[in-house]
Design a protein. Structure first.
Length: 281
């Protein structure tokens, strides 16, 4: 496994793979890797000849009061984990390598589906994601790119962007990896106090209970209100509880497949989760 920190170095490392038409799989991350990330790499390993993982904490997707400075940077530990799951190349550029010294005048904005859910509380966040993912796609030029369903809205935004702009990349969504108690794995879980960590699985429990209630015929609005009440009673500060179609259109009732979305804070830590509920099964 190689680690490249410059665009030139990465291009040189990938040139023979490109010449021999090997398929390149790409997993973009911000590092501090856990099994959720590693499962994306395992999926890439299954179907691609060469697997590239980027580790880059992208400043332009963080709001002014968010955790960019304190976001955990653990490159050595991440490298060891990646070597074990068969990553071929780590791309770990500096901010300067990615953004250069000159002012950036171009942005990429996916409309409509970025306005609500996480977009409402995090203005500019998805523009920052779209810009960095586009830059990384242009640098790596992968055939396949792997994103987690944990960040469902992000995955939908990337799929939309790739379709709208004819990017020659197949985007693959990978199911959420959870701890045994149901908590969706996240780098931010490390911020939770012991007490909050014990409370955090309530989000997934509430989503699973909602799934059962929906399948038993309860009204969607009541089910969403129940999740909110449950979590609030357990000390969460609920940011949103919403239902959408798989392509993030609004839904009024459970007459099609829906995705249930929760964002809620425990102390200062904001947790997100979602659950796809199929109408047929
Ligand atoms: P991040 O480092 O948080 O930007 O995440 C990098 C990628 O890993 C994104 O595509 C995330 O959706 C994905 N990811 C993070 N946590 C999980 C998880 N628990 N299950 C599946 N994918 C995840």
């Amino acid at each position: 496994m190689k680690t490249e920190t410059t665009i030139q170095g990465l291009s040189a490392s990938l040139s023979s793979a490109r010449q021999s038409r090997k398929t390149i799989g790409f997993v973009p991350t911000m590092g501090n890797l856990h099994q959720g990330h590693l499962n994306l790499v395992r999926e890439a390993r299954k179907i691609c000849d060469v697997v590239v993982v980027s580790i880059f904490v992208n400043p332009i997707q963080f709001g002014p009061n968010e955790d960019f400075d304190s976001y955990p940077r653990t490159l050595e530990q991440d490298s060891n984990l990646l070597a074990d799951v068969g990553c071929d190349i780590i791309f770990a550029p500096s901010v300067e390598q990615m953004y250069g010294k000159n002012k950036r005048l171009t942005t990429i904005s996916v409309s409509e589906i970025t306005n609500d859910l996480c977009g409402a509380q995090r203005p500019g966040h998805f523009d920052g994601v779209a810009v960095v993912v586009t830059k990384l796609f242009n640098i790596v030029q992968p055939n396949f790119a792997f994103f987690g369903q944990k960040d469902y809205q992000q995955l939908a935004v990337i799929k939309q962007m790739v379709q709208d702009l004819n990017m020659p990349i197949e985007v693959i969504g990978v199911p959420i990896t959870r701890a045994e108690d149901g908590l969706a794995l996240s780098s931010r879980n490390g911020y939770l106090s012991e007490e909050h960590r014990a409370t955090a699985p309530a989000i997934y429990k509430a989503l699973k209970a909602a799934e059962t209630d929906l399948k038993n015929g309860q009204a969607l609005t009541d089910v969403l209100a129940q999740i909110r009440a449950d979590l609030t009673a357990q000390g969460f500060e609920v940011d949103y509880v919403e239902a959408r179609s798989p392509m993030l259109q609004t839904v009024e009732q459970f007459d099609q497949d829906v995705v249930l979305f929760v964002a809620a804070k425990l102390g200062k830590t904001r947790l997100i989760d979602n659950l796809q509920v199929s109408h047929s099964a």
